[in-house]
Design a protein around this ligand. Structure first.
Ligand SMILES: *[C@@H]1O[C@H](CO)[C@@H](O)[C@H](O)[C@H]1NC(C)=O
Ligand SMILES: *[C@@H]1O[C@H](CO)[C@@H](O)[C@H](O)[C@H]1NC(C)=O
Ligand SMILES: *[C@@H]1O[C@H](CO)[C@@H](O)[C@H](O)[C@H]1NC(C)=O
Length: 483
């Protein structure tokens, strides 16, 4: 079976334990929020899943015995039990602030059929039976936490159930013998059910829910350079309205790993509840990414003539500078030039309401490539500043970006070995290069983006995105599961 799209709600929902001790309490890079709408969705999904599961659930065989005067003890066995009708009449899913979540089912009805067998000495009697059980109520409270790897864990904190009324109908050869004892069989059935229900809840939590929660990524590799750490930084916070799950959301270098030298800013989420699910993505996530790619040298570029488009009016060749920097062509006739660019520090994104901007400061060194040797001659050094605005969006569960030039590049000459240097001309060249080569290649990288921390087979749609101070808020709907 493929489609388990909406499991995210269930999983996040189950991250519902709140331990009062907020250990270390560093700010998260990501917060996943489930709202009341998300809970309602989880509720519907849970009921639909329960109905489907119950039709395939294997009930345990059960047996008992009774004493009859003239045949002494007779043992009976009920087997091949199958649920063929289930009526869910009342169900409720509730958040318990600072504690967790409680699911309760009340006044439900189930009917079960199966086979019976009685053995006594050489005699075996058998037949079929029907049981109707009414007034089934179950209440389950879940505690969730995080393990040492930062993954969520789930456990049943409390489970109770009660059974209203059981009635058994037995048919088959000599079924009247069993029918004589139907009261006792009914009681036996009731006792067994009362013992088994919570046992089954605990078992399925351990065998389905826990493994499912373990599919939440703790680490995702982005490319050769970087990975992202999605471990939980604390237990999920439950209020009467929402569950907030805090993820670390920190990029790290794959070849070396050192903690980011800056902290994530606090994320202040409003009480908006239009969507079932929200993701807050702190600028911290982007800035730890910037730090990693900067340190790995992925922001250092060498610009050569071959990178300049053919139809460009300017090329990196001394000849094309003859008119504006005559000294250059005289000193290095017929020589190609090369520019090395590197940000002076990792450029940081700034999130302000409605806008994402970055203001990189880039050092540029220009060299002449001597035709007769492999030597390069440093011609001049520049510092370039600009304001870039970034657009961030979500595509296929990944956060992707693109940049547009907010302002032109501004140049400042730091040092020159050429006497008459024309800054304006250089500015024109670099602006042209930025527009036609640098931004498109940067955008190609940003388009790859990075994934949201979602459990497997989870799909989001109807996304809404807003930029707030320090973070990006993404409201999402989940694709409805097919039932
Ligand atoms: C990037 O370029 C700068 C300036 O040339 C240099 O100092 C730095 O070491 C380079 N970074 C890497 C990782 O190569
Ligand atoms: C966001 O950017 C736009 C376009 O650059 C600008 O007009 C607007 O004032 C900015 N808003 C804020 C809050 O800075
Ligand atoms: C970038 O924006 C800041 C603040 O708006 C401004 O002071 C600065 O001059 C801008 N820089 C460039 C290169 O446009």
């Amino acid at each position: 079976m493929m489609a388990r799209p909406s499991c995210v709600v269930l999983a996040l929902l189950l991250l519902a334990e709140v331990s009062a001790s907020a250990e270390g309490a560093s700010n998260p890079g990501f917060v996943a929020r489930i709202t009341r709408k998300g809970l309602e969705y989880a509720h519907r999904y849970g009921i639909a899943t329960l109905k489907k599961e119950l039709s395939t659930v294997k009930l345990p065989d059960f047996s008992g015995s009774f004493k009859v005067g003239w045949i002494k003890s007779v043992s009976y066995e009920f087997y091949r039990l199958k649920i063929h009708r289930f009526e869910l009449r009342n169900s409720d899913l509730r958040l318990r602030p600072t504690q967790g979540i409680t699911a309760s089912l009340t006044n439900n009805y189930v009917s079960v059929s199966g086979n019976w067998k009685v053995k006594k000495a050489f005699i075996t009697l058998d037949g079929t039976f029907d049981v109707r059980v009414d007034g089934i109520s179950i209440s389950v409270s879940l505690n969730l936490g995080k393990d040492q790897s930062g993954r969520p864990t789930a456990s049943v904190a409390h489970c109770s159930n009660s059974i209203g009324h059981v009635s058994v109908d037995i048919s088959g050869s000599l079924s009247w013998i069993l029918n004589l004892f139907h009261k006792r069989i009914e009681n036996n059935f009731k006792n067994i059910l009362e013992q088994k229900i919570c046992e089954m809840v605990r078992k399925s939590t351990a065998s389905h829910l826990e493994p499912y929660l373990r599919t939440l990524p703790v680490i995702a590799m982005i490319d050769q350079v970087a990975g992202i750490d999605y471990s939980l930084v604390g237990a999920p916070q439950v209020t009467s309205q929402v569950i907030d799950t805090p993820f670390k959301g920190e990029f790290f270098g794959r070849n070396w790993r050192s903690p980011a030298p800056f902290d994530a800013p606090p994320i202040r989420l409003s009480e908006k509840q239009d969507h079932p699910l929200y993701f807050a993505v702190s600028e911290y996530v982007f800035n730890t990414a910037s730090r990693v790619y900067h340190q790995a040298g992925r922001m250092n570029f060498t610009i050569q003539n071959q990178h300049i488009p053919q139809d460009s009016p300017i090329c990196l060749h001394t000849n094309s500078f003859r008119a504006v920097i005559p000294q250059l062509a005289r000193l290095y006739p017929n020589t190609e030039l090369e520019l090395e660019t590197s940000p002076e520090s990792a450029p940081f994104l700034m999130f302000t309401p409605g806008n994402v901007t970055l203001s990189p400061v880039i050092a540029i060194q220009a060299f002449a490539l001597l035709p007769t040797s492999s030597e390069r001659k440093l011609l001049f050094e520049l510092r370039v500043t600009t304001n870039i605005s970034a657009t961030i969006s979500v595509s296929s569960g990944r956060i992707v970006g693109s940049v547009t030039t907010g302002s032109k590049l501004k140049l400042e000459l730091k040092h020159s070995n050429i006497r008459y240097f024309n800054v304006d001309l250089m500015e024109a060249i670099l602006n042209y290069y930025a527009l036609h080569t640098l931004y498109p290649s940067l955008n190609a990288k940003l388009e790859e983006g990075f994934p949201l921390p979602l459990p497997r087979d989870t799909y989001l749609n109807s996304l809404e995105l807003h930029v707030h101070k320090n973070f990006l808020l993404l409201g999402a709907n989940l694709e409805e599961a097919e039932h």
